[in-house]
Design a protein around this ligand. Sequence first.
Ligand code: C5P
Length: 401
Amino acid sequence: MQTLAGKKILLGIGGGIAAYKCADLTRRLIERGAEVQVVMTRAAKEFITPLTMQAVSGKPVSDSLLDPAAEASMGHIELAKWADLILLAPATADLIARIASGMGNDLLTTLVLASDAPIAVSPAMNQQMYRNQATQENIATLQKRGMHIWGPASGEQACGDIGPGRMLEPMQLVEECEQFWADKPLKGLSVLITAGPTRESIDPVRYISNHSSGKMGFALAQAAVQLGASTNLVAGPVSLDTPVGVNRVDVASALEMHNTVMQYAPSHDIFISCAAVADYRPESIAEQKIKKKDSNEHMTISMVKNPDIVASVANMTDARPYTVGFAAETQDVAHYARSKLTNKNLDMICANDVSIEGQGFNSNNNAVTLYWKEGEQSLTLASKQKIAQQILMCIAERISS
Ligand code: C5P
């Protein structure tokens, strides 16, 4: 599909090993109808040749600010005005630092300064360089200036390290471009999402919790931003990176989550309760670590019920957001989901059958059925990112209908 028909993308390639992926990236963009003009830094040419990039883009590659022939055909200011989007991929720590400090010491940085086109930055570097405070501050600066930060992914790196700093794969960058120009049905709306488990303390060192990974809630937060919403994420204890553009508040217990949500909910249009909230908490938290006693073969912890967060929001009388819950069931999914929809006074419920392997808790995939008063929609097994997008699209349709 020509999803990028007529879009003019200036692909700025920095000097990192991921530059070799730019040939494939260019082909994929062109396949979808985009026009791609490649600009390379001096270092980028050490990783992939201008000839390769010229062959795949079908245009001469620009790489020098001081080349009279290039300036005569399409000058740098003209090039800066030509672009609908400047995509910097791979954006090395050095390229990011030069842009953050407003330098124009080569063609690519000069174009960034001279263009009013939106700019997307796809960081790619060693994980330690990425984590370095200087790089983090530079990326935050670019974000503050309204640049889009696409990635990086985490994983194995060319240098053998493992961690964040891998450039997104070409197809992921293509999808980011498609998303960038896609309709933004949640533009102007605010979304509040809970994710992950809660931790219910027993004493200073012990707690009761569950296996929720938080992946579905984080995918929802990422998709909400991509669809144009301003997004707040209230997260239980999980080890996941915050999606770019999402404002995250960390909490531990159900009571903390409840307080935070009740404080935020009235200023939001949509609330999605994806967290696996503990139904009960120990009645009291021991001040000191509870000691094992040789004489005690059993111990009993008295538990009290936690507030139902999603029901509390759904029953707000003022400024009530459109309220969506989740239901993890192991049998008779439709029946239990529909009764939760009614009992909790929800607008929609996303139900999944967690007895099926490969979906739900801790998995990267999910399949859910959405129920609302007058209808339902089944979303077949797909990545949690895809499912998240579909859930939010369905919410957007319901809200506008
Ligand atoms: O009743 P059940 O726990 O199955 O309902 C699941 C839904 O309720 C989820 O959306 C979950 O986030 C929410 N929930 C809540 N507060 C609780 C328990 C569940 O918000 N204490």
